[in-house]
Design a protein around this ligand. Structure first.
Ligand code: PLP
Length: 458
């Protein structure tokens, strides 16, 4: 006898039927497990812009999955590429051996990346990519005979995944509260958000470039001879869409050059077209020394992440006897054949359907729809937008931080048929690039409805 029953819900209330007792084993990541299991938001199928609940109700994917299904869901060329690859070469190690698609995909990504970002190291997620980039930075200085350069500089409100490197350099208070001291030797630049000075700016705010100069203070305190790298997201995504102030990233690049510090951009969200260019570094004309990616590289059809290194970083490792491993790092599933096949098919799709160009062309339409519908609505405190992303700060319910946004997200799913995300008392929408102008208008309407319907505690 099976220990569990199949998850099947029936009847009029099917959409909100609690997860049965014998199916409670799944400890859900980044989820309020008890609330979810009492009133689930389940999807069973997806195609293009839509998810479908187990009962068949259509849900607009307002979040491109988790900022990752940029070309829409279950796209046929990607499905076929994965199926074919699974039958042809399901797995091959990339420690000491290789397979053709790993080399092809690395070259395609290097060709898309700006400047001389031309060598690609593969892993399986954004978190692994962040920790890989940090380790590479420290190993780079070691390889160059400057082993004292180990200090890592991140930014308040930064998110770089959940590995110990990422949470140390990241600036999320919940990680500090729970995981304590983390790695030694990290400092943080201030975050770039100031509501008083920036509220309701479309795109990049004018105020805030000077905040990059805080790096001078850190250098004065610790000395550049102890600092390996600065890591930032070009646009902080997970902590509520914080676009870079005009000139901020250029200033950071200049200061890193001045003090001989590596600059790492975490492009896990901003990479592969989210800001209307292959990478944010291209949009801003600022080339980091190391750049992470994940999510959109495979349109999320298979797990993959990676780091792109500039030539001077890569070449610093290529010394010593040629039978010796140059970088002591890697994952069993680095460049997994299924992920590589998905990645190649995804890049073809982005190119053939002009999806990065579409993302760019839709940005003003998106911004206008969100701002014209929501700015001025009761309870809306700020709207931030960049590329095909938007975050709406809403007034919280008294003494219940985050609860209104949680209820709004739940109502959005069950009542309005749209998937949105929350970050504190902020609603976040990041649709797939295949979205149409009509879909955009619909999303703005639905957001307005959930904000109105959560105006007072129920
Ligand atoms: N870095 C950034 C900028 C991210 O936004 C994320 C996830 O949202 C990560 C890293 C972690 O990626 P993953 O969840 O694939 O580990």
């Amino acid at each position: 006898m099976s220990k569990t029953s199949a998850l099947r819900v029936v009847g009029d209330d099917a959409a909100t039927t609690a997860i049965p007792n014998d199916l409670q084993a799944f400890w859900m990541p980044f989820t309020a497990n008890r609330s979810f299991k009492a009133r689930p938001r389940m999807v069973a199928r997806a195609k293009d812009l839509y998810y479908y609940t187990p009962e068949g109700k259509q849900i607009i994917d307002g979040t491109a999955g988790l900022w990752c299904s940029s070309a829409g869901h279950s796209r046929q060329p990607i499905v076929e590429a994965i199926q074919k690859q699974a039958a042809e070469l399901d797995f091959a190690p990339t420690f000491q051996f290789g397979h053709p698609k790993a080399f092809e995909l690395a070259s395609r990504i290097a060709a898309l990346a700006p400047g001389d970002l031309d060598h690609v190291f593969f892993c399986n997620s954004g978190s692994e990519a962040a920790d890989t980039a940090l380790k590479m930075a420290i190993a780079y200085w070691h390889a160059r005979g400057k082993a004292s350069k180990t200090r890592l500089i991140g930014r308040e409100r930064g998110y770089h995944g959940v590995g110990f490197g990422g949470i140390t350099v990241g600036g999320i208070v919940a990680n500090r509260r729970v995981y304590g001291s983390m790695l030694a030797g990290a400092d943080h630049l201030p975050h770039t958000y100031n509501r008083e000075k920036q509220a309701f700016s479309k795109g990049e705010p004018e105020w805030g470039a000077h905040l990059a100069d805080e790096l001078e203070r850190i250098v004065a305190l610790h000395d550049a001879s102890t600092i390996a790298a600065v890591m930032v997201e070009p646009m902080a995504g997970s902590t509520g869409v914080l676009p870079p102030p005009v000139g901020y990233l250029k200033r950071l690049r200049e200061l890193c050059d001045k003090h001989d510090i590596l600059l790492i951009f975490d492009e896990v969200i901003t990479g592969f077209g989210r800001l209307g260019a292959p990478f944010a570094s291209e949009r801003y004309g600022v080339i980091p020394d190391l750049m992470t990616f994940a999510k959109g590289v495979t349109n999320a059809a298979a797990p993959m992440g990676g780091v792109v290194a500039r030539k001077h970083v890569h070449d610093a490792f290529m010394t010593g006897p040629d039978h010796v491993i140059e970088l002591f790092h890697g994952y069993t599933y680095s460049a997994h054949p299924l992920a590589c096949a998905a990645g190649l098919a995804t890049l073809d799709l982005y190119r053939d359907e002009g999806l990065f160009e579409r993302s760019k062309a839709l940005e003003p339409v998106w911004a206008d729809a969100i701002f014209s519908k929501l700015k001025g609505q009761a309870g809306v405190l700020d709207i931030r937008q960049l590329g095909l992303t938007a975050a709406i700060d809403i007034e919280s319910w008294k003494d219940a931080p985050g609860k209104r946004a949680y209820v709004a997200m739940d109502k959005a799913f069950h009542d309005e048929g749209i998937m949105i995300r929350t970050s504190g008392d902020c609603l976040v929408v990041t649709p797939p690039f295949i979205i149409t102008e009509n879909d955009i208008a619909q999303i703005a309407d639905k957001l307005s409805n959930v904000i109105a319907s959560t105006a007072m505690p129920s």
